[in-house]
Write a new protein. Structure first.
Length: 182
C-alpha cells in the first residue's frame, strides 16, 4: 500500500524518504526532544543516527506494511522538515511523534496527530489506537486529552532520561468517529 501525503489547514505530512534523514539529523538530537523517547534511542545521538534509523528501521517497516511514517512540514515551506509522526501496527504502541522545539506550542502536532489518527481509523480501519508516553511529558498528554483519549495504564519504563512512569492512552475507532462528527 502506497502511503499518501496527508494535508491539513497548515501542514503537509509527506511520507518519509531516505533523503529526509539529513534534515532530521539537524533537528532531532536535542535533549528537549530526545529525553522522553524510549531508551533504545542512543544518547548522545550519533552523527549518522537519523540515517541509520530512517534506512534500517523506518523505511523497512514501511515496506513491510507495519508502519506509516510522515515528515511534518508547513504548507508554506514544504521543503523544510519540522518533525515526524508515525503509526505502528504494534501492540500498545500505535502512534509516536516529535516536533522540533521551535515549532512547539503552536498547535502543529495536534493538527498532525488528528490527520494521522484519521488515517489509522478511516484508511487502515484499525479498531483501537494506543499511544504510550512518559507521564511527565505534559505536551504529549495534552494532545491525548484533547483528542478524547483516556489513560488506561501506568507502568515504569526506561526512557533516554531514565526510569520514568509511563502512561498508555487509548481511543477506539467508534469513539474517534463520534468525536469527528461533532
Amino acid at each position: 500500500m502506497r502511503i499518501p501525503t496527508l494535508t491539513t489547514d497548515r501542514l503537509l505530512l509527506k511520507p518519509l524518504v531516505a533523503e529526509d534523514a539529513q534534515q532530521i539529523q539537524k533537528l532531532y538530537p536535542r535533549w528537549e526532544i530526545v529525553r522522553y523517547m524510549v531508551a533504545s534511542v542512543p544518547w548522545p545521538y550519533p552523527e549518522n543516527g537519523a540515517e541509520n534509523y530512517v534506512n534500517n528501521v523506518a523505511l523497512p517497516d514501511m515496506a513491510k506494511g507495519i508502519a506509516w511514517f510522515w515528515t511534518i512540514r508547513n504548507r508554506e515551506i514544504p521543503d523544510k522538515v519540522m518533525g515526524l509522526i508515525c503509526l505502528y501496527d504494534e501492540e500498545d504502541n500505535n502512534r509516536g511523534f516529535w516536533l522540533a522545539s521551535e515549532y512547539q506550542g503552536q498547535g502543529f502536532m495536534r493538527e498532525a496527530s488528528i490527520a494521522a489518527t484519521d488515517y489509522w481509523f478511516k484508511v487502515l480501519n484499525k479498531p483501537v489506537l494506543r499511544a504510550p508516553k512518559a507521564a511527565v511529558n505534559s505536551r504529549s498528554q495534552r494532545i491525548s486529552v484533547s483528542s478524547g483519549m483516556r489513560l488506561i495504564k501506568t507502568v515504569k519504563k526506561e526512557y533516554v532520561s531514565g526510569l520514568l512512569d509511563s502512561e498508555l492512552w487509548e481511543i477506539t475507532r467508534d469513539e474517534w468517529n463520534a468525536r469527528r462528527v461533532q
